[in-house]
Design a protein around this ligand. Sequence first.
Ligand SMILES: [Zn+2]
Length: 411
Amino acid sequence: MIVIKAKYIIQDNAHYIENGAVAIEGNKIRKVGTFDEVKVPADNATIIDLKNTALLPGLINTHAHLDLTSLKNRIAPTNNFTHWVFQLVGAKARWKADDYAASIKEGIALCIESGTTTVADITHSGHSFPILEKSPLRKVVYKEIIGLNPAYAQKIISKASLDLSDISTTDSYNIGISPHAPYSVSKELYKAASRLAKEKNLLVCTHIAETQDEIEFLAKGTGNLPVLLQKLKAIPDGWQPPERKPIQYLYEAGVLNEKMLLIHCNYLTEEEMSMIRSSGASVAFCPKSHHFFGHKNHPLSKLLEEGINVGLGTDSLASNDTLDILEEMKFLYAHYSLPPEVIFSIATKNGAKALGMETNIGQIREGFEADMCGIRLTNNSTGNVYEQILDTPSKNIFTMVAGAVCYNAND
Ligand SMILES: [Zn+2]
């Protein structure tokens, strides 16, 4: 048994215990209470005293591309999305398997060090599967698929199905499929991915409503995206714009449901928001990546008011300078007028729900998986404990996934 003591045990957005302790047996949380309430057996118990630290449910990153980690500071910030894609394609043009592997491993280390215990990672090349499988993180790895030509939809799905069929999932390793985005995926391919997901019980995520370029392309077939797609030879002959908004496109394909994770959702109409709400789909919002591209006014508060589940993501280091979810939380606190308790939920419980794991992770509760992180508070922190976590110098010092200590900088 391991018993962790901390100044605060923050169970969720509404419950915390001062001078608390958590007892862990195997991969599960067995007891949560004050240190006196959590009776420590005389023998065979390891006690970890995190002192001036808030112990939180492990942070959940609902959107990452860990294979792009080594591109940190190599892609210039731009509000021209297609210009960004060209930079990205150029930067990794000569990458081999070893380059991907090094980048993914660096990403895993950064996640663990910063208190992330669960990551939802998208891989196009497939390199993430074996590497993340061996990592101590809890993860969902999504196979990315692309294809705007409906004639190839079935072929693409058969190949993806074959790629995924070798993978054995576990409690801490789940897989999914990610049709890339509506400007690169036909309705037929979205439908086929959704059918495969049902058949194999896969999670699904897609980039959606990310840029004004995407909206223009779907509405009229014009703008910057056709130029990009022509260059990449990704636009089929005779392609016609669907004349739909991004979420309508998914709705009409019949793929909006509670297993769908919608990445970005930067630009939505009222009608699209109500489609998301009634479908039960979740949203992954990436605040710092959103800022990198110069987008304005993410409808985060409106989504939350509507009762839509929103989790937090970092996106990749090709459009962010950090994979640290605590940094994203602090960024939200500084730039969006949300109470710290709400930001706490977005990074924990909401993220768990977005990945279909809300009955196992996202809270410090008896019977839940022992996924936790310890945020060292500053001595002069003021405000309630949720505000103290978001104090600028606070920092993760301890990461545990499934009862195993993965990182400990406690002194
Ligand atoms: Zn992405």
